[in-house]
Design a protein around this ligand. Structure first.
Ligand code: GTP
Ligand code: MG
Length: 365
């Protein structure tokens, strides 16, 4: 595997789909490329920047995939191509089997949705084709493989997004969004803000008293979105003086300016408290009745779940009815954070969910 190229492993059950994806990304017919065979059933296609490893179909008993990962597990991206009409259960099984076979963490295996599929909730990490392009561009930038005068990669017509995809992208990239971190004291709002910003901007520490006592905004760029992260004190504590609560709310709304807002309701997986039981009602009273359509629930302390050998799905499955109701009212938009880890995957998942909300509320689509 070449270290000065972006290395992408393409997994899946249909050779034609895997090859079509490579063709789309490279913008070249694969027959013009020299195909290298490194293992009996594995082909490599490359150009000056990318190296694609096209693996044998998952349904075969061939052991190439295991061997590829054991020789070099550090692919920049592992994409699992699925066919139109796929069953979620089957895909989950494929991911589970791959994880067992290769040791590759499930969250590092990303499903590429077929063209007509749009954002929705899936119990696995996924990209639309558009997101695959955006991820590859980011990798190119990160690896500094893209000289500033490099011609923009032209996408062949057959890779076009459904309807007016390119126009939508343009709109999205110029979008500013406020991520407003809300929740009870100590749930990890500030820590999550720092994870999103990839920098310790907000004070976050263990304390029996509320730590954040002023709203604060910090800004960053994520996947071409201009993101304003707004950290807040606990605005919903019944013990806080109403005048102080009002001050917090007023300041938070001022900081939101006129930009689109996605409310990130921060809770931790270890406790669901009485104060959280009616939190959606409180959110509605404060930010209006449409707030739940713009809310993503962010669970912190993913490390606690991991220690208990549980996935987010396990946790959601067995959680209290009161919490289930809140989650359902927010259209099941949940993400899991482990703020002790710097993994960018969790932020990416959050941003995917934020995009879903943006597309709905701002009618970008
Ligand atoms: N283990 C673990 N600890 C976390 C995680 N997220 C936050 N914490 C810890 O929880 C404590 C509280 O986190 P904060 O970010 O200060 O919580 P907050 O919601 O901003 O609290 P207030 O500002 O008081 O409202 C800190 O000690 C964090 O390090 C996590 O994902 N895992
Ligand atoms: Mg805080």
């Amino acid at each position: 595997m070449s270290h000065n190229k972006i290395s992408v492993m393409i997994l899946g059950n249909m050779k034609s789909l895997k090859k079509a994806l490579i063709t789309n990304i490279l913008g070249k017919d694969l027959s013009v490329l020299t195909k290298k065979k490194i293992l009996k059933n594995t082909e490599i296609y490359d150009d000056d920047t990318f190296e694609f490893t096209c693996t044998p179909d998952l349904s075969t008993t061939c052991d190439d995939i295991r061997e590829l990962f054991s020789k070099n597990p550090n692919f920049d991206l592992c994409l699992l191509v699925v066919e139109d009409g796929f069953s979620t259960g089957n895909v989950q099984k494929q991911i589970k089997d791959l994880n067992k076979k290769t040791g590759k963490p499930r969250e590092e295996l990303t499903v590429v949705l077929p063209l007509r599929y749009k954002f929705t909730e899936y119990p696995f990490k996924f990209y639309t084709l558009e997101q695959v392009f955006s991820k590859l561009s980011k990798l190119l930038k990160d690896k500094q493989l893209m000289p500033t005068n490099r011609k923009k990669r032209k996408r062949p017509a057959d890779t076009a997004e459904p309807q007016d995809g390119s126009k939508k992208k343009e709109k999205l990239t110029s979008t500013k969004v406020n991520l407003v971190l809300l929740g009870l004291a100590g749930t990890g709002k500030s820590a999550s803000g720092n994870t999103i910003l990839r920098k310790k901007h907000f004070v976050s520490k263990p304390s029996s008293n509320p730590v954040t006592t002023e709203c604060q905004v910090e800004e960053t760029e994520i996947n071409d979105l201009h993101v304003r992260v707004i950290d807040t004190p606990d605005m919903f504590d019944d013990d806080t003086e109403p005048s102080v609560q009002e001050k917090y709310v007023k300041r938070c709304k001022e900081l939101c300016e006129s930009e689109l807002c996605v409310f990130v309701l921060v809770m931790h997986v270890s406790r669901f408290t009485d104060g959280e039981r009616d939190i959606l009602k409180k959110l509605e009273n404060t930010f209006g009745t449409k707030v739940k359509e713009q809310t993503v629930i962010l669970f912190t302390r993913g490390d606690d779940l991991e220690e208990a050998d549980m996935t987010l799905e396990d946790f959601l499955h067995s959680c209290q009815p009161g919490l289930k109701e809140i989650i359902e009212k927010c259209d099941n938009r949940c993400v899991l954070f482990e703020n002790r880890s710097s993994s960018s995957d969790q932020v990416e998942k959050l941003m995917n969910t934020v995009s879903v909300v943006l597309k709905k509320t701002a009618k970008i689509q």
